[in-house]
Design a protein around this ligand. Structure first.
Ligand SMILES: Nc1ncnc2c1ncn2[C@@H]1O[C@H](COP(=O)(O)OP(=O)(O)OP(=O)(O)O)[C@@H](O)[C@H]1O
Ligand SMILES: [Mg+2]
Length: 288
């Protein structure tokens, strides 16, 4: 009975697959560590961290890195557009493909950093966010689309949007590790609580392998020592054991680099921001 049912299902599904089976992509011999950069609050430095961490891991640690932008805002591409070679395609087309079986590596673009690839910006991800909500197994779509892709990279960094919607959940289900940027504001601290709650639910139900890589303080303003200290103490009390021993200070070169479409190591390799992101990459490289 069971096998009759199965063959019936295959026959019906086969009618829909009239375009024939997909050509299978070659497997590589790597097994990437997947790091999601996530925070519920907007503007805390997720994208700045994703770009410069990915670039530093590639430039200074010899890692083959893929930077995946699941945020419909497309800030990754905007921030390093002078370094992204033409080509690639839309991530939304991979995630919303009815037949499944597509891979992120089909749509990546190369960059001027030899071992750094990125997914191009894709505003249609906003529509994909809603469409994913209607799919069975909607939380696993990105993870499945990285199954072969991850065998070609050492590290995959995923830049998440500033919410805990379907795209962020997909990133967390695909991830081995989560890096949480947090700026020194009470709202950002509340956002960390919400995100840690979500990660714990995902660990219990969807991705038992997920772990926190750590929390990194970003956009620290050296002049506002009272607020910095208050937020640091609050974070230390709640998340002391996961706070990374590095912080990213406010540095205008980080913003200027993005306006010029370059990562910080290309734009101002000697600045404080470059030094701190290099430090962060060193810590991350040691821990994976
Ligand atoms: N350490 C820093 N010093 C100065 N400016 C910074 C720093 N980090 C980020 N910025 C700037 O702050 C703005 C927000 O940063 P970024 O885009 O990285 O945040 P985000 O968390 O990705 O935002 P979103 O939630 O919208 O995706 C950008 O203009 C960026 O250039
Ligand atoms: Mg962003």
């Amino acid at each position: 009975m069971r096998s009759l049912l199965k063959s019936g299902i295959r026959r019906i599904a086969g009618a829909e697959e009239s375009q024939g089976p997909r050509p299978s992509l070659p497997r590589g011999n790597k097994n990437a560590t997947i790091i999601a950069i996530a925070a519920q609050k907007g503007g805390v430095g997720k994208t700045t961290t994703a770009i410069n961490l990915a670039s530093a891991l590639s430039r200074f640690h010899g890692k083959k890195v893929l930077l995946v932008d699941v945020d419909p805002q497309g800030h990754v591409y905007a921030a390093i557009k002078k370094q992204v070679h033409p080509g690639g395609g839309a991530l939304s087309s991979i995630l919303t493909d009815e037949r499944g079986g597509r891979e992120v590596m089909e749509i990546t673009a190369e960059t001027t950093v030899p071992a750094l690839h990125v997914t191009p910006c894709d505003p249609r991800l906003a529509g994909a966010e809603d469409l994913l909500g209607t799919r069975i197994g909607k939380e696993f779509i990105l993870r499945d689309a990285l199954a072969i892709t991850r065998t070609h990279y050492d590290i995959i960094v995923i830049d998440c949007p500033p919410n805990l919607g379907n795209l962020t959940v997909n990133a967390l289900v695909a991830a081995d590790l989560v890096l949480v940027p947090c700026d020194p504001s009470p709202l950002a601290v509340n956002g960390v609580d919400a995100l840690v709650g979500t990660i714990s639910t995902i660990a219990g139900r969807l991705n038992p392998e997920i772990d926190l890589l750590g929390l990194v303080l970003t956009r620290l303003d050296g002049r506002n020592t009272t607020l910095n200290q208050a937020v640091r103490e609050q974070l230390q009390a709640a998340y002391g054991e996961i706070m990374l021993p590095v912080h990213i200070g406010i540095n205008s070169s980080l913003t200027k680099a993005q306006h010029n479409g370059l990562d910080i190591f290309e734009y101002a390799p000697e600045c404080r921001g470059a030094e701190q992101y290099m430090q962060l990459a060193g810590i991350v490289a040691d821990r994976i």
